[in-house]
Design a protein around this ligand. Sequence first.
Ligand SMILES: *Cc1c(COP(=O)(O)O)cnc(C)c1O
Length: 410
Amino acid sequence: MPEIDEISFEQELNRRLDSWRQRRLYRELRRVASPQCSRLTVDGRSLLNFSSNDYLGLANHPELKQAAIRAVERFGAGAGASRLISGSLVPHQELEETLAEFKGTEAALTFATGYAAAIGTICALLGKGDIIILDRLVHACIVDAARLCGLKFHIFAHNDLNRLEYILKGLSTRGFSKHVLIVTESLFSMDGDHAPLREIVDLKDKYGAWLMIDEAHAGGLYGKNRRGLAEAAGVEERIEIQMGTLGKAFGASGGYICGSRTLINYLINCARTFIFSTAPVPAAAAAATAGLRLVRSEAGAELCNLLWKRVGEVDAFLRPKAASQDNNLPSAVIPLVVGAEARAVEASIALRDRGIFVPAIRYPSVAPGQARLRLSVSAAHSAADVASLIKELDVLDLAKPLVPRMTNDE
Ligand SMILES: *Cc1c(COP(=O)(O)O)cnc(C)c1O
């Protein structure tokens, strides 16, 4: 270990940061001086925004803003304490009632973020000796939860049902008697493809495992009532733990767990990120409730239709062949995988110079050497916005590296 006075704290951190810079993995915050919508004012320039998860354009919607303002007026700015102490305000209770009704579950519990929901829930449900089985591409919050509670984990190749069954069968052959939890995303955040939910549900039933589905990028967008991909696949009632965020299509912020009343009562008592954390500000809960109501309404259906129309326009340019694939759901997340980190950074800068804001997604968000431009389309985009995007991608010759979504599913 270096002597304290040989290498100072600052020098040590700079040495580490230099390594991130050399690998083209260094990241910086940009100052955005506008609300989230189809255009962003970034570092003083107005850019077309293809970077946000605000898929339905609700983050700056007048109904959500009004709901937040009214909540501030009635309930103040802060929540004062954790929900179990004195902070379980009417807006939080209303949000959970609305959420449970929307998802068609007995009950719901909200957390400050989806990240906190995952950590709190997984660590409450599983303990030492239990096993968690994860798709290789699940979100960092789930991997972190598994690490934090010291779980043994098995990872199956992305969407690989044979491998998942192999793991489950192995455990059952060995007579493993503790709990097994399978966790997957329904719509994958960085690849835009989806999990074979029906088959996964069949497998977990066959082997007596529990299942948690992270619908962060699917909630509000898929299924007859826009509850998510579990609804679209008709398997909602067979999933023990449905998780998601209110910060993406729903336009506000907060994480949620939906399921049985017993599950929710258990989490209220045992989820440490719920118990030991100040309740979200009332405005956040009220905005999320307004977002849910909007998604559920006729206006929500129209926004969804508009989103798929825009996605179709981008897809027609980027993946003309993919449209004919069976089982190929549209996705508002469209990755242009370029591989090398430096290439992704350069492509992102070139697009920004031409007025389009698309981030270079790199390790640790994706595997090293799998860097990409992650386009995300919103109902707030106009046909002209999409046409501009396509034109600039074409000029910069960026459409070529696209890996058709099909290869992800294989
Ligand atoms: C964004 C995201 C989360 C975390 O949700 P937050 O509310 O942003 O903390 C969890 N899982 C997935 C797949 C996500 O994309």
